[in-house]
Design a binder for this molecule. Structure first.
Ligand code: CP
Length: 315
C-alpha cells in the first residue's frame, strides 16, 4: 500500500481485517519493519485519539515519530496556487511538503474541511498536495471528506461485537452546537458499503450526504423507525452538504436516548469521540453496558498499526 486516504487504498476488506486482528494479537512482532524509519504527524487541527493512537502504533512498529502542530509550532502554510504571498503566510505547501518528506519515511496529515469552499474541501485540496509532493507515503489522519483510520477502527469494532453475520448498522445524525465536517459520516458509509451489513442512515431533511458517498444506501428520515431492530447505533453530527457547512437544525429530539435505544435489538452504541454528552447522546446511553465507545477508540491504535504495517512492507 502506497498511501492510505480511503477504503480504496486497502487490498481488500478481508485482508485489512486479517492484518488488524494479527497486529492486535502481536503488537510488537513487526518492529523490524519500522526500525530506523520515521513518521512525521502533521496536524492542521486538534486531536486526542488520532495523535496518541497513531504515535503509539508507529512506536509499536519500531518507528520514530515527530509531531508538527502547524497552527501552533510551525510557519503558517499557504495552500492556494499562484497567489502573491504578501499576507500572513510565509511558506507555501509546495516547498513545505517535499521538505518534510526529506526528514521521514511516512507522513500522517490531519486537515479538516474548512467550509469556505465546497470544491476545495471535496477535492481534498490539502491532502492531495501531500500525496503529490511528499515523495513518501501519506496517511490521512482525517481529511476534509474522509476519516479512514476511524472507519477502519469502526469496522474492526463491529466485527468484534457483532452477534450475527449480517448486523443492522444505523448511522444517525445527532445535534451539535458547532458546524462539523461530513468526513466521519462519509467515510463510515464508504467503508460500510464495502461490507454486506444492512446499513441505514437517518438524519433530518437537508442533511443528505454527498451523492458519491451515500450511493444507494437506504436513508430513513424517521429516526425511531430507523432504530427498529438495529444491532449497532453509530451517532455523529455533521453540517449540511447541500447548504454547505450550515447548521440547519439543533433539534434535541434527535439526541440518542434510552427510549430510542429500547427500539433496537439491544444495539451497541458507537461514536468516534469526542462527544457532547446530553446533546449527541444521553449520559444513560453512553454510560450503559451497551456503549462500546472506549473499545472503539482503542481500535484506533490497532488499525493505525495495521496501516503502517501494510505501508512499511512495501517500502
Ligand atoms: N475520533 C478522533 O479522530 O478523535 P480525535 O479528533 O481526538 O483525534
Amino acid at each position: 500500500m502506497k498511501n492510505f486516504i480511503s477504503v480504496k487504498d486497502i487490498p481488500s476488506l478481508q485482508y485489512a481485517l486479517d492484518v488488524a486482528f494479527d497486529v492486535k494479537e502481536n503488537p510488537f512482532a513487526y518492529q523490524h519493519l519500522g526500525k530506523n524509519k520515521t513518521m512525521v504527524l502533521i496536524f492542521f487541527n486538534s486531536s486526542l485519539r488520532t495523535r496518541l493512537s497513531t504515535q503509539k502504533a508507529a512506536m509499536n512498529m519500531g518507528m520514530n515519530t515527530m509531531v508538527l502542530n502547524v497552527n501552533e509550532d510551525g510557519w503558517q502554510l499557504e495552500s492556494d496556487l499562484g497567489v502573491v504571498m504578501d499576507g500572513d503566510k510565509p511558506e507555501h505547501l509546495l516547498e513545505a511538503i517535499p521538505v518534510i518528506g526529506q526528514y521521514c519515511d511516512v507522513i500522517g496529515v490531519r486537515s479538516f474541511a474548512r467550509f469556505q469552499n465546497k470544491e476545495d474541501d471535496y477535492s481534498e485540496k490539502i491532502i492531495s498536495q501531500f500525496v503529490e509532493y511528499a515523495g513518501v507515503p501519506v496517511v490521512s489522519m482525517e481529511g476534509a471528506t474522509r476519516h479512514p483510520l476511524q472507519s477502519y477502527a469502526d469496522l474492526v469494532t463491529i466485527e468484534e461485537f457483532k452477534q450475527k453475520e449480517r448486523p443492522k448498522v444505523v448511522l444517525t445524525w445527532a445535534p451539535h452546537p458547532r458546524a462539523l465536517p461530513q468526513a466521519v459520516a462519509n467515510s463510515f458509509v464508504e467503508w460500510m458499503r464495502e461490507t454486506d451489513y444492512e446499513l441505514v442512515v437517518t438524519h433530518p431533511e437537508g442533511y443528505e450526504l454527498a451523492p458519491d458517498f451515500i450511493g444507494n444506501v437506504k436513508v430513513e428520515y424517521n429516526q425511531k423507525k430507523a432504530f427498529e431492530e438495529a444491532d449497532f447505533i453509530y451517532a455523529k453530527n455533521w453540517a449540511s452538504y447541500s447548504s454547505y457547512g450550515q447548521i440547519l437544525s439543533k433539534d434535541l429530539s434527535w439526541t440518542v436516548n434510552e427510549e430510542k435505544m429500547a427500539l433496537t435489538n439491544n444495539a451497541k452504541f458507537m461514536h468516534c469521540l469526542p462527544v457532547r454528552r446530553n446533546v449527541v447522546v444521553t449520559d444513560g446511553v453512553i454510560d450503559s453496558k451497551n456503549s462500546i465507545v472506549v473499545p472503539q477508540a482503542a481500535n484506533r491504535e490497532v488499525t493505525a498499526q495495521a496501516v503502517l504495517k501494510m505501508i512499511l512492507e512495501e517500502l
